[in-house]
Design a protein around this ligand. Structure first.
Ligand code: R5P
Length: 295
């Protein structure tokens, strides 16, 4: 019997791609909120003895986690054989240290929570900075996939003479791998974060790269401030409008507009989070990884 795919988030486009593969059967589940904000979940499909795969991109985790956990536990009570999670974007990875006394190291707490409710986890490019791998915090079997191959193909197809730019040291892992694949030069800049919406990028002299097309690469674009600062430097130094590429486009507040106003020529993201800039399709990567967990 095929595994049932239960969709908790609203990334319908990605869910439809997974379902079109014929690997899964659609699992029906009603998820809604009561007027007071509590979550209501009802599993409609017969799930006894079935492998269940829940798709839930955690880009607004506090909104989706409660229905996600209610659904996972209900599936277990209804005797599902296994309950795995595809979280194309894995939230709560960035607070991996206590910067100030008393702060919650949310990455650890969140990892403990998900590990207690799922048999396995598949995700794409989690924000690994101080952790070398998810195994340091997740105790369940997991697959950490990467969209770098998709970005390599995209750049080769669309960008003439690319110069890859990572805005901060964490981005080097992605930028270096992509640069190898594209056979293009790359730079990694120095970022200082002063607050949630306040970052600064150390001044960099790009003059020797004038004949290149700059493409900024990061794992996440959230408020867009990181890219805005780099675009500002490039434009001030006479570069043509750069391309911005990120695996996960959170685009909080009016981030996309800010990037366009700063001078971004094109913005490219993967469909881990549904957004009009989705040009990289991660569905084949996910299907391949899920099959391994269901053997
Ligand atoms: C964190 O270091 C990430 O890699 C990104 O650089 C960060 O989330 C981008 O945030 P924002 O778009 O708000 O500057």
């Amino acid at each position: 019997m095929k595994p049932l795919l239960v969709v908790i988030d609203n990334n319908t486009a990605l869910a439809n791609k997974l379902l079109a593969s014929a690997v899964f059967e659609r699992g029906e589940c009603e998820v809604r909120q009561f007027p007071d904000g509590e979550s209501y979940v009802r599993v409609i499909s017969e799930c006894s003895g079935r492998d269940i795969v829940i798709l839930c991109s955690l880009y607004q985790p506090d909104r989706f986690v409660m229905p996600l956990l209610l659904c996972a536990e209900t599936l277990r009570e209804l005797n599902a054989k296994s309950v795995g999670l595809i979280a194309p974007y894995l939230a709560y990875m960035r607070q991996d240290i206590r910067f100030h006394t008393g702060e919650a190291i949310s990455s650890r707490i969140f990892a403990k929570l998900l590990s207690a409710h799922f048999d396995w986890l598949v995700t794409i490019d989690p924000h690994l900075h101080r952790y070398r791998s998810l195994a340091e915090i997740y105790s369940i079997p997991h697959s950490t996939l990467s969209a770098t191959s998709l970005l390599i193909d995209w750049i080769c197809k669309h960008v003439n003479q690319p110069l890859l730019i990572g805005p901060d040291s964490e981005s080097e892992q992605w930028v270096a791998a992509i640069a190898r694949g594209v056979e293009a030069p790359y730079l990694v800049l120095n970022k200082t974060r002063y607050g949630d919406r306040d970052v600064d990028i150390e001044m960099f002299d790009f003059s020797r790269w004038k004949q290149y097309t700059p493409i900024l690469i990061d794992d996440i674009v959230s408020t867009g401030q990181t890219f805005v600062k780099v675009i500002g430097q490039l434009c001030a130094q006479g570069f043509n409008a750069p391309i911005c590429a990120a695996v996960h486009g959170l685009f909080v507040e009016d981030a996309e507009k800010k990037l366009q106003q700063a001078g971004a020529q094109r913005i490219v993201t993967s469909n881990t989070i549904a957004h009009p800039t989705n040009e990289l399709d991660v569905s084949a990567l996910l299907i391949d990884a899920v099959s391994k967990h269901l053997i």
